[in-house]
Design a protein around this ligand. Sequence first.
Ligand code: NAD
Length: 441
Amino acid sequence: MKLTIVGSGYVGLVAGTCFADSGNDVICVDVDAAKIRTLNAGKIPIYEPGLEELVHKNVREKRLSFSTDLANAVGQSEVVFIAVGTPEGENGDADLKYVLNAAEQVGKALKRYTIIVDKSTVPVGTADRVRETVAKVTDQPFDVVSNPEFLKEGAAIDDFLKPDRVVIGTNSEHARRIMAELYQPFVRTENPIIVMDPASAEMAKYAANAILATRISFINEIANLCEAWGADVEQVRRGIGADVRIGRSFLFPGLGFGGSCFPKDLAALQAMGQQRGVPTEVISAVQSVNRRQRQVLLAKVMKHFGGSLKGLSIAVWGLAFKPCTDDMRESAALTIIEGLLDAGAKIRAYDPVAGQHAREIFGNRIELCEIDYDCLTGADALVVVTEWNEFRQPDLEKMRTLMRQPVIFDGRNIYDPERLGRLGFTYYAMGRPSPRSRRAT
Ligand code: NAD
């Protein structure tokens, strides 16, 4: 099939590449000419494991191309995906200006019957607004389908190629058939394509993100209770996760969730509630627990150092909002580093791939290191913000000799408290008892 993907960001680029890889002819379009130049030069503007190889393969085999010429791409396509950003608007609602602008441009470019797919995460009712927007500027026949995306950054290719389910929101039998055909290569293991009305498909995406975010805030609240009462949340997590009704995923205590999706999607759900007078108390609580959780770690740092960090050097490991991505949108690192800087600390930070974004955000207010151990030299403490695999089993002896004070604040519970205590570290985790350092330092 001939496809256009409007918006070549984390979702559009992955979706376009995966559709090309199953044999379709795909043009990924973006308004950002620099991004398209980068892609046409064979470089990938984002870090996503496996993406570069797959892009190169499909460009080489001439199924995937990149362009700023939306009209030309849409004019030759049977299906057009809109995968542009839907950031939080001024009132917390999803700002649809990019989606509706894309819809209008797509409408003007239609040359025959075309299926227009909302891939972006959009509030209930957006499929109707897209339909109205397109109908105003074209006489060509078209259908609008809601097809929310459930991939997660860091494992996006795998998620797209092997989705747990595909949700298709449409009232058109013809559009349903084409969409099912398009997704067939990805559901060969019998994972379902679930067809529903567009409004339910739109809500399904928000509901999925909201329940995942709820689990994170829930376990963080339990972690704080554990800490106050001397229980270990890691034991508690294992104790509850084994129950099949509960399950093990998304129950990892830490610094809470960040990223471009959960925070804005919760805000959008709340806005939907406000617009129709429906209370959304669970969602409000999930948000406030999440905001507070970053302060929990900062409070531990302040308490340990007696209320001031003036003259102290703090090492930070991890800047991305989660491992395996360079995305720093709403990352816990932003709040934590600002808090540490406000308290007078000097920051030396390391992230395997997000350094460039951090440089754009913080400029010379923090020092970025090329190697993880480099930021430990002379450090008064290490704060672990993102649980990259390479931080899990570091050379702890070497770390202790590099640091001025062997103090670790572990925001992701990646170390064994007993072991850290034995090696002479003062160790703070989230929701776990802190062992006293047992080694003379
Ligand atoms: P992104 O910011 O990485 O990419 C959006 C792209 O759209 C940008 O490159 C921008 O230049 C481009 N764009 C904007 N207007 C355009 C137009 N009129 N024509 C062509 N290009 C245009 O965003 P993203 O992270 O890929 O997210 C896109 C949507 O998918 C959002 O609604 C998001 O909530 C949803 N989503 C994201 C993820 C994720 O993990 N990032 C997962 C599932 C769903």
